[in-house]
Design a protein around this ligand. Structure first.
Ligand code: E4P
Length: 214
């Protein structure tokens, strides 16, 4: 299972790399807007420090605009993956880009048939947003299960990125379902490592060790 970090913050990406937990990065316009910097500069910096796939999202709504942006973004590096929204125009763009050998990540997926359509169009990745479904009392992880079944039924190579992750249980459930990738915010990445009993246990070991030192 691969872990991507879901952020456009350079410091968080560097810390995640240092922890050995960054197989790739996903960004989106909201994450980039939080950085309050020139987004193009931020994107270039991310590309310069990450060797795994980096998802960069287009902002055009029409096929031509999406493809134009995608070609420019793809020129930033071999590891650039172009995030395309799950719309009719988006799917048309994915089909064209996939024929050109440009990697795509179909984003804002909320039901399994959207994922099937993205895979049929040749998407490299699909990103079902499970947290946003949970937010509206719909079982987000259910669609990961369904998409996995559908992709296995037909042998699609499109990888599933479990997105919109809110807590460590989302990562656990994604792993139990055998999802290819989870894209995880930095705060959740840190939560994955720690456990209060680990901290208490370590403190006791060190205290006991200290008691036998002269
Ligand atoms: C995925 O690629 C998106 O960037 C992200 O997971 C969205 O998460 P959110 O619902 O927390 O905004």
């Amino acid at each position: 299972m691969k872990f991507f970090i879901d952020t456009a913050n350079i410091d968080e990406i560097k810390k995640g790399i240092d922890m050995g937990l960054v197989d790739g990065v996903t960004t989106n316009p909201t994450l980039l807007s939080k950085e309050k910097k020139d987004p193009n500069q931020v994107i270039k910096e991310i590309m310069s420090i990450v060797s795994g796939p980096v998802s960069l999202e287009v902002i055009s709504k029409d096929r031509e605009g999406m493809c134009k942006e995608a070609r420019q973004l793809a020129g930033l590096g071999e590891n650039a993956v172009i995030k395309i929204p799950m719309t009719e125009e988006g799917i048309k763009a994915v089909r064209i880009l996939s024929q050109e050998g440009i990697k795509t990540n179909v984003t804002l997926v909320f039901q399994p048939i959207q994922a099937l359509i993205a895979a049929k169009a040749g998407a490299t990745y699909v990103s079902p947003f499970i947290g946003r479904l949970d937010d509206i009392s719909s079982r987000g992880m259910g669609i990961i299960e369904d998409i996995t079944t559908i992709f296995n039924n037909y042998g699609f190579e499109t990888e599933i990125i479990v997105a919109s992750i809110r807590n460590p249980l989302h990562v656990l459930d994604a792993a139990l379902l055998g999802a290819d990738i989870a894209t995880i915010p930095f705060n959740v990445l840190k939560q994955l490592i720690s456990h209060p009993l680990t901290d208490i246990g370590l403190e006791r070991f060190l205290k006991d060790w200290g008691s036998i030192q002269r």
